[in-house]
Design a protein around this ligand. Structure first.
Ligand code: SKM
Length: 274
């Protein structure tokens, strides 16, 4: 009986926190297995993925820039991955088929529930900043959670419009500059862009409208306390950092591959940051 192997496929991959996280869970739960980072070039993606099961891999996470490309390689794709247009979790089945799922939306909602337990999905608008792959996962999960209206803003409006077509009338697109109004009215504000990340410029949305009673969350977790979250905190908002999303999105894959459900707790957070 083989030792189960899993890992994360991306390029670059050195920054990924997933190997430490999964390694921590394997050790702390006393499970057999390894989880490794895999830097794979676009041209090698299909051949690598088809070879992994033969080497003892039971599955893999997929990250930037391969989340969309793996959709063409997988044999079976869940409905939510299809809706999002990207997959981050692969399961290599014993019959040789590859199943693809997207757990980012699940991770997003679970993190929000942890950090803002009184956030009430069915009431109030959500303002989503950004219209990339992460925004698609966030919007899918917010719609699923019953958020009545999602307002979307992006620096390039056409990208937001395209997203609006896919997700229907629940999504309303506003200009980046009009976002000030939407910001004031939103019950939940989500930054899905990489603005605010170490080495990137800050978000340049006017944040004066933020006030008590709002929940503000950032998908960026490096740094943990982004400029957006600091401003929101000062304004009296409930703030939720992005690390928990990374932890929670990892849970379904780990459970499938290694056979036990891991817990997202302070030790897991520390392991991911180590
Ligand atoms: O969706 C996740 C992915 O599963 C793993 C990851 C990482 O290791 O940095 C980031 C996200 O794309």
């Amino acid at each position: 009986d083989r030792i189960p192997l899993a890992g994360v496929i991306g390029s670059p991959i050195a920054h990924s926190r997933s190997p430490q996280l999964h390694g921590h869970w394997l050790r702390s739960m006393g499970l057999r297995g390894f989880y490794v980072p895999m830097d794979v070039a676009h041209g090698d993606l299909e051949r690598v993925i088809r070879t992994l099961p033969r080497m003892g891999f039971v599955g893999a996470n997929v990250t930037v820039p391969h989340k969309e490309s793996v959709m063409r390689i997988a044999d079976k794709i869940t409905d939510r991955a299809t809706l999002i247009g990207a997959a981050n979790t692969l399961i290599f089945r014993s019959d040789g088929t590859i199943h693809a799922d997207n757990t980012d939306g699940y991770g997003f909602i679970e993190n929000l529930r942890d950090g803002a337990p009184d956030w009430d999905a069915p009431t109030g608008t959500a303002l989503v900043l950004g219209a990339g792959g992460a925004a698609r996962a966030v919007i899918a999960s917010l719609a699923d959670a019953g958020v009545p209206e999602i307002v979307l803003t992006n620096r390039t409006r056409v990208r937001a419009e395209r997203l609006n077509e896919d997700f229907g009338q629940r999504v309303r697109v506003v200009d980046w500059v009009q976002a000030a109004n939407a910001l004031e009215e939103a019950a939940l504000v989500v930054n899905t862009t990489s603005l605010g990340m170490t080495g990137q410029p800050d978000l340049r949305v006017p944040l004066d409208g933020l006030h008590k009673g709002q929940v503000v969350t950032d998908l960026v977790y490096n740094p943990l306390k982004t400029n957006l979250l600091q401003k929101a905190k000062q304004a009296g908002c409930t703030t939720v950092d992005g690390l928990g999303m990374l932890l929670h999105q990892a849970v379904p894959g780990f459970e499938r591959w290694f056979g036990a459900r891991p817990v997202v707790d302070a030790a897991a957070r520390e392991a991911a940051l180590a």
